[in-house]
Design a protein around this ligand. Sequence first.
Ligand SMILES: Cc1cc2nc3c(=O)[nH]c(=O)nc-3n(C[C@H](O)[C@H](O)[C@H](O)COP(=O)(O)O)c2cc1C
Length: 194
Amino acid sequence: MNKKLKIGLIAAGIAVIAAGIIGGGIMFANDNTEPIDMGGKKVLVAYYSYSGNTKAVAEKIQKFTGGDIFEIKPAKAYPANYNDVVNLAQTEKSQDAKPELMDNGNTEGYEIIFLGTPVWWYTMASPVRTFLSVNKFDGKTILPFCTHGGGGESSTYTDMQKLAPGAKFTAGYTSYERSAKDADIKKWINESIK
Ligand SMILES: Cc1cc2nc3c(=O)[nH]c(=O)nc-3n(C[C@H](O)[C@H](O)[C@H](O)COP(=O)(O)O)c2cc1C
């Protein structure tokens, strides 16, 4: 066999093995994004996120459930400076503030609502307080989730329940910053909709 042909065959062999590894990886990844059967119910994934952590979880939930996604946005953006937003959020919490939203969203027609928030001062972020106050939740199932910076969910879920007393709340899914795992999110959803 001439040298060029030999090198060619070795290269082709490596390409086949590489394709197998990459292909296997993709199949594995696909396995994680396989849709969950939501029993034909209409699903909404509503979330607020200041720095992207909660958004990342919301987007995974949307992918797994095939639901509609709605980003809760305050009409007036929070300051970019971290200390400023921490201070403002503390004031808002003390006043039980419900800041105006860019768009209130609409929960009508949805039976299952995932509701996500970062933990702000041991509870939900203020825009989520507004979202709960301006929308209808009676008879709906709310699957709450949050991300936090080390303190856990604190009063987040119990405070949400007070603002939507007519809704059925499942156990929440709590994760530290970006640590949420696909398998854990899916397990939580599957157990919550049983
Ligand atoms: C205003 C403010 C208040 C916070 N308060 C808490 C808190 O009480 N407990 C906690 O564990 N983390 C707290 N954090 C950290 C966030 O909950 C955490 O970084 C979260 O993952 C951010 O989510 P996001 O990227 O979706 O905004 C706070 C962060 C901010 C900006």
